[in-house]
Design a protein around this ligand. Structure first.
Ligand code: 5GP
Length: 196
């Protein structure tokens, strides 16, 4: 079997840059929740919610950089891109427990048009958490269609490129790359030919 690194045109963010940024984000989150962001009336630990599957590597590293008591849980939604219309996301796997009156930090892989996150935020708000914040690994503001509030951003990508690696996929592949990069054009084009 061939390796996957040769299918990458360029590396945008190297593993060391990711590690350093995650360390700083974790420290910032810990500082904020120690001094004011926490509103759970019973003082329960921060609940970090990863959105499957893209957020997995990021969440795994981030939680180890947050020096606070915390719990984590996961939700899986079908993106409107895969067949659903832009008015909805479908829950494929719901949270294990209630988030009512909890301090919730949603961890996302990427915010692009903002549609997916907007729908996720509506779902969460309807469940009355004590506080709700969002941390995304990547923000692509050039493509934004919906104004969503993101409190913590790992990296902002100023151009409209499709990135893979460190959890981000193309056709379910490349999530295991240790860096964030841009796929070679041939990979998309081959797939388009196969689709015909
Ligand atoms: P939205 O456009 O709703 O903000 O993003 C929806 C989803 O599209 C993201 O959660 C992600 O799965 C996918 N997506 C958007 N931009 C990219 C990208 O550059 N690379 C990858 N791998 N997925 C993306």
């Amino acid at each position: 079997m061939k390796g996957i690194r040769e299918e990458i045109e360029r590396v945008l963010i190297a593993p060391q840059e990711i590690a350093e940024r995650v360390r700083l984000l974790g420290a910032e989150i810990a500082r904020d929740y120690r001094s004011g962001a926490a509103k759970d009336p019973y003082g329960r630990p921060l609940l970090v919610v990863g959105i499957l599957k893209g957020a997995i590597p990021f969440l795994a590293d981030l939680i180890r950089a947050i020096d606070l008591p915390l719990e984590y849980d996961f939700m899986s939604v079908s993106s409107y891109r895969n067949g659903t219309s832009p008015g909805e996301v479908r829950i494929l796997k719901d949270l294990d427990r209630s988030i009512a009156k909890r301090d919730v930090l949603i961890v996302e892989d990427i915010v692009d048009t903002g549609n997916t996150l907007d729908h996720i935020l509506r779902l969460f708000r309807a469940r009355s958490p004590a506080s709700l914040r969002v941390c995304t690994l990547i923000d692509k503001p050039v493509r934004r269609e919906v104004d969503v509030e993101v409190h913590y951003v790992g990296f902002t990508i100023p151009e409209d490129v499709f990135v893979v690696g460190y959890g981000l996929d193309y056709a379910e592949l490349y999530r295991n790359l240790p860096f964030i990069g841009v796929l070679r054009r041939e990979i998309y084009e081959e797939a388009r030919v196969e689709d015909r």
